[in-house]
Design a protein around this ligand. Structure first.
Ligand code: SF4
Length: 290
C-alpha cells in the first residue's frame, strides 16, 4: 500500500545520532526490505503493519523543509537525508521528491549527508554534482555481502554490493566525503575472509574515503524475525547462529576475533574508521568559500 500524506514538520532532531543530529525522511516505511532493519517496528506507532510494504509518501516534504530552513533559529547544521527509510527506494522513481528537496537545499546552501543502498541516486547525479559546488555534500552507502545469494535474501530491494560501491565511486571528487558502511557484518554469512577482504580492497581500489564497520546487533522484535529468516533460508548455519546470539549482541569471543581481523585489514589497506560529519568550524570555513 502506498499512501500520500501531508506533514507539518519534516526535520527530526536525534541528539548523539550518527553522523548528524538532524534527519529528513521523505518516506515512512522502506521497500529495500533489509531483514535486520531496526526501523521496521516504528510502523506500529503509525498503526501500520508492514514496514516493507506500507509506504507513506510525504508529498509536501520540500515545501515543509523550505519553511523549516527559513526559520531564524535554524543554524544550517548538516542534515542526514534518509535514516529510518531509504530515500531512493522504489516509490522515489514515481514521486521524484529528491530533486525538489535538493532545490530547497540549494536555496539555503545547507550541508547534507545522503545515504542510500540504491543506484537510483544516479538519476540525480548532475543535480548532486551542481549542489556540491555550493554546499557540503557527503555520500554514503552501506553493504553487507558481495554474495548475491545472501544479498537477495537479506536486502532484497537493494542494488548489489558491487553496484553500490561503483555508484559511490562516481561521486569521488564531487562529494566532500564518500563513506562505505560495512554494516551489518552478519556472522556466518558476511564475515568470510573473502567478503572482508573484498570490502576493504574495493574501498581502497575505488579510492573511497572512509570505511565504517559494525557487527549485527539483534534486539526487540527484530531478533525473532531475523532468526526465522536464517532458519528458513540458511538452515545450515541456524544452530551455530543461535548460539552466537543468545543475547542481543554477538558472543564476545566471536566479536574479539572479528575485530582483530578488521584491525589487520585496516592496517593492510590503510583505511580507518574516522568519518566525521561537518564540524562547526569546518562548516563556516568551507561554506564561506562557496
Ligand atoms: S534501507 Fe535502511 S531503512 Fe530501508 S529497510 Fe534497509 S535498513 Fe531499513
Amino acid at each position: 500500500m502506498i499512501k500520500e500524506i501531508q506533514s507539518k514538520k519534516v526535520l527530526t532532531h536525534h541528539p548523539h545520532a550518527f553522523p548528524t543530529n538532524w534527519d529528513l525522511n521523505p518516506y515512512r516505511g522502506c521497500t529495500i526490505g533489509c531483514k535486520y532493519c531496526f526501523a521496521q517496528y516504528s510502523h506500529k506507532y503509525l498503526g501500520l503493519d508492514d514496514f516493507f510494504k506500507d509506504i507513506l509518501v510525504k508529498t509536501d516534504v520540500a515545501q515543509c523543509l523550505d519553511l523549516e530552513l527559513h526559520q531564524k533559529s535554524w543554524k544550517r547544521e548538516q542534515i542526514k537525508i534518509g535514516g529510518i527509510t531509504d530515500l531512493y527506494q522504489h516509490a522515489e522513481k514515481r514521486y521524484e521528491l529528491l530533486p525538489k528537496i535538493f532545490d530547497v537545499i540549494k536555496k539555503y546552501r545547507n550541508p547534507i549527508f545522503i545515504q542510500t543502498k540504491s543506484n537510483l541516486i544516479l538519476r540525480d547525479f548532475e543535480i548532486i554534482k551542481e549542489l556540491s559546488k555550493i554546499t557540503i555534500v557527503d555520500i554514503a552507502t552501506s553493504i553487507s555481502s558481495f554474495d548475491e545469494r545472501v544479498r537477495k535474501v537479506i536486502e532484497p530491494g537493494a542494488s548489489s554490493a558491487v553496484e553500490r560501491m561503483e555508484m559511490l565511486a562516481r561521486f569521488k571528487g564531487i562529494a566532500r566525503k564518500t563513506v562505505v558502511g560495512f554494516m551489518p557484518i552478519i556472522p556466518l554469512l558476511s564475515d568470510t575472509d573473502e567478503n572482508l577482504e573484498t570490502t576493504f580492497r574495493m574501498t581502497k581500489e575505488l579510492g573511497l574515503d572512509h570505511l565504517v564497520t559494525s557487527i549485527l546487533f539483534l534486539r526487540g522484535e527484530v531478533k525473532p524475525r531475523f532468526l526465522q529468516t536464517i532458519q528458513a533460508r540458511f538452515p545450515e548455519i541456524y544452530s551455530e547462529f543461535l548460539q552466537l546470539y543468545s543475547r542481543s549482541s554477538v558472543d564476545e569471543k566471536y566479536a574479539r576475533n572479528l575485530y582483530r581481523k578488521l584491525e589487520n585489514l585496516r592496517e593492510k589497506h590503510q583505511l580507518f574508521d574516522d568519518y566525521k560529519a561537518v564540524t562547526m568550524t569546518e562548516k563556516h570555513t568551507q561554506l564561506s568559500l562557496f
